[in-house]
Design a protein around this ligand. Sequence first.
Ligand code: KIV
Length: 271
Amino acid sequence: MSVHTQSARMTTTQIKKMKQQGEKITMLTSYDFTLAGLVDRAGVDMILVGDSAANVVCGYGTTLPITLDQMIFLASGVRRAAEHALVVVDMPFGSYQVSDEQAVANAIRILKESGCDAVKLEGGEEVAPMIRKMVAAGVPVMGHLGLTPQSVNQLGGYGLRAKEEAEAEKLRTDAHLLEQAGCFSIVFEKIPAELAAKETRQLQIPTIGIGAGAGTDGQVLVLHDMLGLNQGFKPKFLRHFAELAPAVDDAVKSYIDAVKDGSFPSAQEQY
Ligand code: KIV
C-alpha cells in the first residue's frame, strides 16, 4: 500500500465532528517511524510532528533552530508509520514569517514532501490572512495561541500566558480570527483553564490544550515528556504516564554488564 494512501486515516472533518459529538480528541507528538507506529497503533487521533523536535530530538534550548528540511525529514518517517492518526506538522520558525507567498509555498512543500495531512503554525491576527491563503490552496491548518514558543525571545520566557484581561481579550479575538480564516482546530498552550474552557465553548472548531485545563476539546503532550524520558522537565501540567528513563537506564546498564562479563551473547544468541 502506498504511504500516501488515505484509506482509514482520520480526517479534519472527523476531528471537527468529534467536538460536535462531545468526544475528547487525543494528540501526541512523534518524530520518528518507530515511536509514531506505537503511538498510532495505540489509537491516538492526531500525531503532531512538533518543532519541539528541536528540543527533544536535537537538544537545542529553544524551537527556533530547526529547519524546514529537518521537519520534512522527520515528518516523512512519522507519515510512513501512521495508518490511523491525522498527522500535523509544525511549520518551523522562519518558514512562514517572511511573506505570505513563501509561507503558502512552504506549507505546500510540507504536505507534498512528507505526505502528512496538515500544518500547524503559531500566532493570531498577524497570521490570519496568510492562513486564509493556505486554506484556499488546499492546506489544512491548525492554529496555536497562548504560549507560542517560537516567540520566546519576545515573550521573555515560557510562563503562563493571558493571565491579564488585556492578553485574554487578545487571545479571544485571535481565536475567532483563526476560526474565520479557516483553521480546523487551535492549540491553546499554557493559559488559564477557565479562559480555555470559555473560549472552547465559543468556538465551532475544536481546541486542543496543553497546560490549558480540562475544558478544551482535546489534549496534546510531548511524547518524550509523558513517557518520563525527560526527567529534568516536570511542569505542573505534565503527567508522566510511564517512567521510561529509569527503564532505559536499567536496560543499558544490564547490557554493559552482560557484555563486560561475557554473558552476552550466549550460545543461543549466536550463529
Ligand atoms: O512543538 C510542539 O510539540 C507543540 C506542542 C507543545 C503543542 O507545539
